[in-house]
Design a protein around this ligand. Structure first.
Ligand SMILES: *Cc1c(COP(=O)(O)O)cnc(C)c1O
Length: 451
């Protein structure tokens, strides 16, 4: 590898064989993860101890890393009235929700189940916004009964249904319309939501008419306006373009006598997984604050990924090394059922060793490996063409796994889902037991008529 050189960011080296991610340089960019005498630590707990204690595969989250991001949002928007509504779907473990509820966060939910989790974790219903394109009657009933803060409405038919349910319950339903500002978030097509051919939101041109319809409904309270343009956005420009469109609508509505009480700019701020350079929360705020201050309305944000992605890692053990003529496969005990982002979004996540070689890193000793699971799918990979020095039994950490990791996991191939652990200072605690295999079929019923 002598002819290759470190990229400008000092973290990655690209060769014809693959990508080398410098573990020490990478962790310099990650909160609460560091190497101490060649051993990986999170806060004041060694990963070695966690792997011994909880076995693998196991998700581990840093409480401090989560709180620091929450604080960064709060501080950055301190100049205006604001509410941070953490997007529960990114990581819905009760312990994570509890940490954020205690810190004062509100929540963005997309199902009745997520609202139940928020309440079970000690969150307040009146600080919850309910997003999602397909709310059912029972979702709406439950949310209204619990005193939800706001429904983010995505269609006229949903608006009508909410009004009907509210009428039956003799309640008034607080609503925002989710408008589709038709801006290009310049992110992966599967996580881009603000273009007019996406299924999300109400078209910008139709928004005023739909608000007028809403205003005429008996049991609807119009409280705000909402947009969410996509996920893993690294630039601030699409957010500004969306904000401009939303502000334009606030003024049009004012002219029609419809006064809003908040605007909600959704989530979507990107994170650094390996070598991306997303805008920081501080710079994001600085770019938006002048317009928000002038508007003078309280603002809501719904961050998911940026709140928790880099607070979490997935620990996995190398079970089998399988070098072949064309490729080397390292088969690990986590798989696409545990972490689907690489398979679903072609996401690149860093894979770093729990223990650095004692003689220091010599990239000449590395081989290119595909880190794959044991599932019967070619798409079952966690990382491809990574230059690593591996032995069976090694524990690896996949970083950036705090968001859309466990929550997107499944039981495909009858694999019990991983355990989850929270770290705080030198304390660590199981926050979700590893599933038992028996639990996977406990609710199934043998077919009695089988011949
Ligand atoms: C997924 C989602 C979010 C969170 O997005 P991130 O990219 O994780 O910040 C926020 N709001 C809505 C409506 C969503 O669907």
């Amino acid at each position: 590898m002598s002819e290759t050189k470190l990229q400008a960011d000092g973290v990655t080296i690209h060769t014809e064989q693959g990508m080398y991610v410098d573990p020490a340089a990478l962790t310099n960019h990650l909160p609460e993860l560091h190497y101490n005498q060649g051993e990986l630590w999170m806060e004041q707990v060694s990963i070695h101890e966690l792997a011994e204690c909880y076995d693998t595969p196991c998700y581990v989250y840093s409480q401090q890393a989560i709180l620091d991001v929450y604080q960064a949002y709060s501080d950055s928007f301190a100049a205006i009235d604001h509410q941070i509504c953490y997007a529960v779907k990114a990581n819905s473990n009760l312990a994570v929700l509890g940490v954020l509820a205690t810190a004062g966060a509100g929540f963005d939910i997309v199902s009745r189940g997520e609202l139940m989790r928020v309440l079970a974790a000690g969150g307040q219903a009146d600080k919850v916004v309910f997003s999602g394109v397909g709310k059912t009657k029972s979702d709406i009933e439950y949310a209204l009964t619990q005193g939800i803060g706001c429904f983010n409405v995505e269609s006229i038919s949903e608006l009508t249904l909410i009004n009907e349910v509210a009428t039956q319950l003799d309640k008034r339903a607080p609503i925002s319309l989710r408008v589709n500002p038709d801006v290009d978030a310049k992110t992966h097509p599967y996580i881009s939501t603000g273009l007019k051919d996406n299924k999300f939101g109400i078209a910008h041109e139709e928004a005023v008419a739909v608000y007028e319809k809403a205003a005429a409904l008996s049991h609807i309270d119009i409280v705000g306006i909402d947009c969410h343009i996509g996920s893993q956005l690294t630039e601030v420009e699409p957010f500004i373009a969306a904000l401009d469109k939303v502000i334009e609508l606030v003024h049009s509505l004012r002219e029609k006598g419809i006064e809003l009480r908040h605007i909600d700019l959704g989530g979507g701020l990107g994170v650094r997984y390996i070598d991306e350079s997303p805008v920081s929360i501080h710079d994001f705020a600085q770019a938006l604050l002048p317009k928000l201050t002038e508007l003078g309305l309280p603002v809501f944000f719904e961050p998911g990924r940026s709140m928790v992605a880099n607070a979490g890692i997935l620990l996995t053990r190398v079970d089998v090394l399988k070098p072949t003529a064309h490729k080397n496969f390292a088969i690990v005990d986590a798989a696409m059922n545990d972490l689907i982002r690489p398979a679903l979004y072609q996401a690149e996540m860093a894979v770093i060793p729990m223990t650095l070689p004692s003689e220091g890193i010599d990239t000449d000793d590395t081989q290119p490996w595909d880190i794959v699971g044991a599932i019967c799918e070619t798409g079952d990979f966690l990382a491809k063409d990574r230059l690593l020095s591996l032995a069976t039994g090694d524990v690896l950490a996949i970083t950036g796994a705090g968001a859309y990791g466990f929550t997107m996991s499944s039981n495909y191939n009858s694999r019990p889902r991983a355990s989850e652990v929270m770290v705080a200072g030198s304390h660590h605690q199981l926050i979700r037991k590893r599933e038992t295999t028996e639990a996977l079929y406990a609710d199934e019923i043998l077919w009695q008529n089988a011949k």
